[in-house]
Design a protein around this ligand. Structure first.
Ligand SMILES: *[C@@H]1O[C@H](CO)[C@@H](O)[C@H](O)[C@H]1NC(C)=O
Ligand SMILES: *[C@@H]1O[C@H](CO)[C@@H](O)[C@H](O)[C@H]1NC(C)=O
Ligand SMILES: *[C@@H]1O[C@H](CO)[C@@H](O)[C@H](O)[C@H]1NC(C)=O
Ligand SMILES: *[C@@H]1O[C@H](CO)[C@@H](O)[C@H](O)[C@H]1NC(C)=O
Ligand SMILES: *[C@@H]1O[C@H](CO)[C@@H](O)[C@H](O)[C@H]1NC(C)=O
Ligand SMILES: *[C@@H]1O[C@H](CO)[C@@H](O)[C@H](O)[C@H]1NC(C)=O
Ligand SMILES: *[C@@H]1O[C@H](CO)[C@@H](O)[C@H](O)[C@H]1NC(C)=O
Ligand SMILES: *[C@@H]1O[C@H](CO)[C@@H](O)[C@H](O)[C@H]1NC(C)=O
Length: 436
C-alpha cells in the first residue's frame, strides 16, 4: 500500500473513533473531543488563538466552520498558563476541569450520582446521569446556558428545580466571561423576554400572547420553526425547535443585542434573521406614558386618542419622555366610561398589571369598568378571538404600534365618554334628544 494511503486510513480510523461519554475511568484530555452519536455536536477544549493562555471547555456544531461556540462550561474560570486541561468525572458524579497540576478549575457541583457517566446528547446537551438510570439527569448543560439558546434548550424559570435560565453575553468575541448584558424571562405581569444591562431594562419582547411575543410579530412568518411557551406552576419557559433541515440559534451579543441566526445550507454561513433592539421604538421606553411609538412616523411618538402631551413645550421639541395625559378625566362613578381600541400594538409594559387567564374577554372588560383605577385591558391570549385578562391600573408605558395589520394585538384603553370620538358622542346626544 502507498504510504499516503496508509496515513489516510489511519486518520480515517481515528476520526471514526467517536466517543460521546466521559466516565471516571475515561476522562477527556484537551486534545480530544466528545461527539454526539449522530455527529451533530462536538465538545472539547478550545483557545481563541494559539497565543491565548486561556483554555475553555466548549460546545460547537461539528459540521459548521468557522467553529460556532454555543456553550462554555468554565466561562468564568479559564484554565490559565497550563499546557494540559482535562475533563473528568468523579466517582460520585462531579464533572471536573483540572489543569496540569491537577488543580480543580471548574466543577459542576453535583456529587450524589452512583455509576456516573457524562454524555453528549444529539441535542447538544451535556448530561450527567447514573449508568443505572438512563432517563433522569443529575446535571445538564442545558440548565446552565451561556449566551446562546439552541433548539430544545429552555430560557426561563424552573420553579421545581429553582433554576433561572438566562443568556448572558460574552464580554467580547474572544472572551466568554459574562458581560453586563443578559436576556431573561421577566415573570412579573404577563411573562416576556427582557434584555437587561445590570438592573436596567433595555428592551422587552412584549408578553407571550399564545401566538408569539406581541412585540416580535415577525416570528409568525417563520416556516419550519415551532415555538414553545410553557406557563404553569412548575415553569415559565420559552424554547424553540426547528424541522430537521434547519439549524438556528438565538444569542445575546457583546453589545446587548438579541439575534436570531439561521444557517444557510448552501453557503454554510449564518444568516441574521432578526435582531432587537433594532429601531428607535425598541429602546424602551422612548415615548413616555400613554404615548404610542411608531418608527415609520415623524415624530415617532404620538398621544393615544383622547390624550394630550403632558409637557407641550418639550413635546414640540420632540422630547416625548413625559408622555401624555387624559384630556377628560375618567368618570367611573357615573358609569359612562368606554373603551378605545388601539390596534396592532406591542402591549404596554405589564410589570404592574394584573393577569387572570381564567376570564373571558367580556368578563375582562366588565372587570376593568368596575375597577375605577383600571386604565386599560387586553386579552392574555389572542387565539380564537381572545381570552384571558390583563388589567393595567398603572400608567401605560412602552407602547408601540405596528404598521402591518396582521402584526401586534388590540389594546382596549379606557376613556371618558367625551374623548371616545365625536361621532359616538353626537350619536348619543341624538338618541338623548329623541328620548326627550
Ligand atoms: C493526546 O495527547 C496525549 C499526550 O500527549 C497523547 O498520548 C495522545 O495520543 C493524544 N491523543 C490524540 C487523539 O491525539
Ligand atoms: C503548577 O505547580 C507549580 C509548582 O507548584 C507552579 O509553579 C505552577 O505555576 C503551577 N501551574 C499552574 C498552571 O497552576
Ligand atoms: C442529589 O442531590 C440533589 C440536591 O442536592 C437532589 O435534588 C437529588 O434528588 C439527589 N439525587 C439523588 C439521586 O439522590
Ligand atoms: C433571573 O435572573 C435575572 C438576571 O439576573 C434577574 O433579573 C431576574 O429577576 C431573575 N428572575 C427570577 C425569577 O429570579
Ligand atoms: C421544513 O422546513 C422547510 C423549509 O422551510 C419547509 O419547506 C418544510 O415544509 C418544513 N417541514 C416541516 C415538516 O415543517
Ligand atoms: C451585535 O449585533 C448588532 C446587530 O446585529 C451588531 O450591529 C453589533 O455590531 C453586534 N455587536 C457585536 C459586539 O458583535
Ligand atoms: C357625573 O354625574 C354627576 C351627577 O349626575 C354630574 O354632576 C357630573 O357632572 C357627572 N360627571 C361627568 C364627568 O359627566
Ligand atoms: C411598577 O411599579 C414600580 C413600583 O411602584 C415602579 O417603580 C415601576 O416604574 C412600575 N413599572 C411600570 C411599568 O409601571
Amino acid at each position: 500500500m502507498h504510504p499516503s494511503l496508509i496515513l489516510l486510513f489511519i486518520s480515517f480510523s481515528c476520526s471514526i473513533a467517536i466517543r460521546e461519554t466521559v466516565t471516571p475511568n475515561n476522562p477527556l484530555p484537551d486534545n480530544e473531543t466528545l461527539i454526539s452519536s449522530d455527529g451533530s455536536f462536538s465538545l472539547g477544549f478550545f483557545r481563541h488563538s494559539s497565543s491565548s493562555s486561556n483554555l475553555y471547555l466548549g460546545l460547537w456544531y461539528s459540521n459548521i466552520t468557522p467553529k460556532t461556540i454555543v456553550w462554555v462550561a468554565n466561562r468564568k474560570d479559564p484554565v490559565i498558563n497550563s499546557n494540559i486541561a482535562v475533563l473528568s468525572i468523579s466517582t460520585n458524579g462531579n464533572l471536573l476541569i483540572t489543569n496540569q497540576n491537577s488543580t480543580i478549575i471548574w466543577s459542576s457541583g453535583v456529587t450524589n450520582v452512583t455509576n456516573p457517566v457524562a454524555q453528549l446528547l444529539d441535542t447538544g446537551n451535556l448530561v450527567v446521569r447514573s449508568d443505572d438510570d438512563g432517563q433522569s439527569y443529575a446535571w445538564q448543560g442545558f440548565d446552565h446556558p451561556t449566551d446562546t439558546l439552541i433548539a430544545g434548550m429552555k430560557l426561563g424559570v424552573d420553579f421545581t428545580k429553582g433554576l433561572n435560565k438566562t443568556l448572558t453575553a460574552w464580554t467580547s468575541s474572544t472572551d466568554p466571561s459574562p458581560s453586563q448584558y443578559y436576556a431573561m424571562m421577566d415573570i412579573r405581569g404577563s411573562p416576556e423576554l427582557v434584555i437587561g444591562e445590570g438592573s436596567e431594562k433595555m428592551w422587552r419582547s412584549g408578553p407571550w400572547n399564545g401566538e408569539g411575543y406581541s412585540g416580535i410579530p415577525e416570528t409568525l412568518t417563520y416556516s419550519g420553526f415551532s415555538f414553545n411557551f410553557i406557563n404553569n406552576k412548575q415553569e415559565i419557559t420559552y424554547s424553540f425547535t426547528t424541522n430537521q433541515s434547519l439549524i438556528s440559534r438565538l444569542t445575546v451579543n457583546a453589545s446587548g443585542i438579541v439575534q436570531r441566526w439561521l444557517l444557510v445550507d448552501s453557503s454554510g454561513l449564518w444568516n441574521l434573521m432578526w435582531y432587537a433592539p433594532s429601531d428607535q421604538c425598541d429602546f424602551s421606553p422612548p415615548c413616555g406614558p400613554y404615548a404610542t411609538c411608531n418608527p415609520n412616523n415623524s415624530p415617532k411618538c404620538d398621544c393615544i386618542q383622547g390624550f394630550k402631551p403632558k409637557s407641550p413645550d418639550k413635546w414640540v421639541f420632540r422630547d416625548a419622555t413625559d408622555g401624555c395625559v387624559r384630556k377628560t378625566p375618567l368618570d367611573c362613578k357615573n358609569g359612562t366610561d368606554g373603551f378605545l381600541t388601539v390596534p396592532n400594538t406591542k402591549l404596554a409594559d405589564t410589570w404592574n398589571a394584573t393577569v387572570d387567564t381564567s376570564l373571558s374577554l367580556m368578563e375582562c372588560k366588565a372587570k376593568c369598568l368596575n375597577t375605577c383605577e383600571c386604565n386599560a385591558y387586553a386579552p392574555s391570549d389572542v387565539r380564537n378571538g381572545g381570552s384571558g385578562c390583563i388589567i393595567w391600573t398603572s400608567e401605560l408605558t412602552d407602547l408601540r404600534v405596528f404598521v402591518s395589520d396582521s402584526y401586534g394585538q388590540d389594546l382596549y384603553v379606557r376613556m371618558a365618554l367625551a374623548d371616545l370620538g365625536k361621532v359616538l358622542f353626537v350619536f348619543i346626544l341624538f338618541i338623548l334628544l329623541l328620548l326627550f
